[in-house]
Design a protein around this ligand. Structure first.
Ligand code: SF4
Length: 323
């Protein structure tokens, strides 16, 4: 950290106390950039029997898909409607990234992927792609193609990793191991492709210490971005049933607990990793348990920043470089 004109500037080049995604894009593009979600009609190998059936126990994709994302609409129509939607909410944004979000967005032949990705990139205002997928759903052929695209536009692959512990991954029926996730992240990053990962905290069977130790594991992955989510029990999922049968197996974070937890986690996190999300936010109608009332993401970010300030701490303050 350096002090410029009495203002503390952190290693990521600004005065916010964590390496925030919005500032990262301002630095890259000099302006706000907005993601536009797409449901391109993919399915998921953990649902169709290729890797598993029934999907991850917490998954209900409807809870995360914006209303304009309907796979019956073309990619360009969803982008057009998504841009209109965001223009009404955030007049500031003039550039957009197409976010292939629903299910596993590399789960098709490379020729089909090329058509979909190119359609998105041809839309006015689209500066690049973010492709959400599973770590076991990416071939060398697809990565080679993405490497070529990444040389021409912003391109990130985001992997759902969720936990660094195989015992948990089995418990939530992820259908892949942490070693597979690590390999996918390393291969992707080695090709110069921006690589993101999602993690959930509060999964059954994980202690607070085990979750905090994930900060050290995550810090050693070659990640560009991370998204953190607190476990939310979503209606209509296998996890909702498990929760109803044995709630004592779950230790859902209260807001105060999560605030303490996320500060400790950020302190241990590699300062080079850009933090895109600190919490998940499913619409209240999807929540089987609403542990945090009406707290919204922007309020939560302010509260985390306030606490970082009060404690005079920041992302990476306790990060130890592993040799
Ligand atoms: S969370 Fe992702 S990988 Fe798991 S079942 Fe849902 S779509 Fe498939």
């Amino acid at each position: 950290m350096t002090v410029v004109n009495k203002v503390k500037v952190y290693p990521w080049g600004h005065e916010r106390r964590f390496n925030a995604y919005s500032n990262y894009f301002r630095k890259l593009y000099g302006a706000r950039i907005q993601k536009v979600s797409i449901d391109a009609g993919f399915t998921c190998p953990n649902r169709d029997g290729t890797r598993g059936r029934g999907g991850c126990t917490y998954c209900n994709n409807d809870a995360f898909n914006p209303s304009y994302c309907i796979p019956e609409k073309s990619v360009s129509q969803q982008i057009e409607e998504g841009i209109e939607f965001h223009k009404r909410r955030y007049s500031e944004a003039s550039s957009y990234l197409a976010y292939f979000q629903a299910y596993s967005n590399t789960y098709a032949e490379v020729e089909k992927l090329k058509i979909l990705y190119k359609e998105a990139l041809a839309c006015p205002g689209i500066k690049g792609l973010i492709i959400g997928t599973r770590p076991d759903c990416i071939s060398d052929e697809v990565l080679e193609y993405l490497q070529v695209l990444a040389e021409k536009c912003y391109l990130a692959v985001e992997y759902g990793i969720e936990s660094c512990y195989n015992k948990t991954l089995v418990r939530i029926n992820r259908g892949h191991t942490f070693e597979e996730a690590k390999e996918a992240v390393e291969k992707t990053a080695a090709l110069g492709i921006k690589t993101g990962a999602h993690f959930i905290f509060g999964l059954p069977g994980e202690t607070r210490e085990a979750m905090l130790e994930e900060a050290d594991i995550i810090s050693n992955l070659p990640l560009t971005t991370v998204k953190f989510h607190q476990l939310q029990i979503i209606r209509g999922t296998a996890m909702e049933n498990e929760y109803r049968i044995k709630p004592s197996d779950f230790n859902l974070f209260s807001w105060d607990d999560y605030l303490d937890f996320i500060i400790l986690l950020l302190e241990r996190l590699n300062p080079d990793i850009v933090v895109e999300r600190l919490t998940g936010e499913a619409p209240p109608r999807f929540l089987a348990v609403n542990a945090w009332g009406k707290k919204r993401t922007d309020q939560i970010v302010s509260l985390v920043e306030k606490r970082l300030e009060e404690l005079d701490t920041w992302q990476g303050r306790k990060y130890e470089v592993k040799s």
